[in-house]
Every structure is written in structure tokens, then in C-alpha cells.
Design a protein around this ligand. Structure first.
Ligand code: ADP
Ligand code: 5GP
Length: 191
């Protein structure tokens, strides 16, 4: 019996918009596989290695780049972030829906390699909401880091409006989860 290749779903959006919260809900709801990225940034207060990210050093990260170990990678806020290739390819081969929670630079690399990928960008109801939600994550970022993340958010939203197939506003969480789940399920029916 041949198993149909699972779909690849990219979820991007500004820091603090609610991507992690949304993706966790999608995993529960769709039984999807959520990719755990590698990053060279330091873990935040409540983060655990292997859960939110694999926290690795720059030398290790660059070795994995050289070995073609990432589907995509990017420099985000001065640190490397990348999607490990093997677990994603294995989950897709097993027919599972795979979710990548990555930035727009990464999303565009995925789109080139996998033209069938579903690209979804999550928007905040209002720009000011991002700051409030960033504080809610209690990651202890300084003011400069938050400012930089807001500036990047503005640029990413402009690119996503052109390049992403779907934009979803995360106002009421339940509704946003519903919208994203429908987008994924609908695109599965059409292939
Ligand atoms: P991201 O992964 O995009 O950085 P998180 O999922 O960590 O964002 O969410 C940031 C904060 O916003 C968290 O405290 C989360 O509980 C909260 N949040 C997520 N979605 C909503 C929503 N629809 N309304 C209000 N707060 C939300
Ligand atoms: P944070 O440090 O807030 O967890 O993430 C910063 C940004 O990096 C977010 O936009 C997040 O989506 C993005 N990111 C996380 N993992 C990856 C990855 O593997 N690849 C890319 N390109 N971006 C990622």
C-alpha cells in the first residue's frame, strides 16, 4: 500500500501574535506533526531544549548547514533558526500534515522547494496587541529587542500580503484555530 505524502503547512507571523498557541491547538485538532526548529538563540525562562526549540551552538548549526541538514534556515534577529530536514521528511512520507512555525524568509524558501505548501500568515487584530502579547510570553526580552521585533513585523506583513496564500487574524483564538484548520482541510480535499 502506498501512503499519500502529507501536506506541508507554513505558519508565520510577528513575534507575539499567537503562532505557538495556535500551532499547539492545530496539533491536537488535526493530529499534525509540529516541527521543532534548531536555534542558536539562548532559551527563555520557561523554555526547554527539544520542546520549543533545539538550542544549539553556532558551530554545530553551521556544521548542519554544510551537511544539508536543514530544509530552510535564516538569520532572525542575529541568531540562526532552521528546520531539521529528517523528521519533517519522515513525517510527510508517513502521510502526516506537517506544520512549520517559521519566519517569512524561511516560508519563501519552503515555497520554492515545495510549491504545494500551504502558506498561512497570522495577523494581530491591531499592531499594539503585539507588544501586550509579547509581554504575556514572559520571556524577559529587553526594550530594544521588542522594538526590533515590531519593526520586523511591519516588514514581514508587507511581504506576506504578496507571497502568502492565506492571511488569518488572531483576534479570538478559537475562531482563528477554526479558520486555519479549515484552510488546511480544504486544501487536502483538492489534491
Ligand atoms: P508567538 O508564538 O507568535 O510569539 P505566542 O503563542 O507565544 O506567540 O502568544 C503570545 C501571547 O499571546 C501568549 O501569552 C498567548 O497566550 C497570547 N495569545 C495568543 N492568542 C491570543 C488571542 N487570540 N487573544 C489574546 N491573547 C492571545
Ligand atoms: P522566537 O525567537 O520569537 O521564538 O522566534 C523568532 C522568529 O523566528 C519567529 O518569527 C519564528 O517564527 C522564527 N523561526 C522559528 N523557527 C524558525 C526556523 O526554523 N526557520 C526560520 N526561518 N524561522 C524560524
Amino acid at each position: 500500500m502506498t501512503v499519500r505524502q502529507g501536506r506541508l503547512v507554513v505558519v508565520s507571523g510577528p513575534s507575539g501574535v499567537g503562532k505557538s498557541t495556535l500551532c499547539r491547538r492545530l496539533v491536537e485538532r488535526l493530529g499534525a506533526f509540529l516541527s521543532v526548529s534548531c536555534t542558536t538563540r539562548k532559551p527563555g525562562n520557561a523554555e526547554t531544549d527539544g520542546k520549543e526549540y533545539w538550542f544549539i551552538g553556532r558551530v554545530d548549526f553551521e556544521k548542519r548547514i554544510a551537511e544539508n541538514g536543514f530544509i530552510e534556515y535564516a538569520d532572525v534577529f542575529g541568531n540562526y533558526y532552521g528546520t531539521p530536514r529528517k523528521p519533517v521528511e519522515e513525517a510527510m512520507a508517513a502521510g502526516r500534515t506537517v506544520i512549520l512555525e517559521i519566519d517569512v524568509q524561511g516560508g519563501l524558501q519552503v515555497k520554492k522547494q515545495y510549491p504545494q505548501a500551504i502558506l498561512i500568515f497570522i495577523l494581530p487584530p491591531k499592531a499594539e496587541d503585539l507588544l501586550v502579547r509579547m509581554e504575556g510570553r514572559r520571556r524577559g526580552e529587553d526594550e530594544q529587542s521588542k522594538k526590533r521585533r515590531l519593526e520586523t513585523a511591519r516588514q514581514e506583513i508587507n511581504v506576506a500580503r504578496r507571497e502568502y496564500g492565506h492571511l488569518v487574524v488572531n483576534d479570538v483564538l478559537e475562531r482563528a484555530v477554526e479558520d486555519v484548520a479549515k484552510i488546511i482541510q480544504k486544501s487536502q480535499e483538492t489534491i
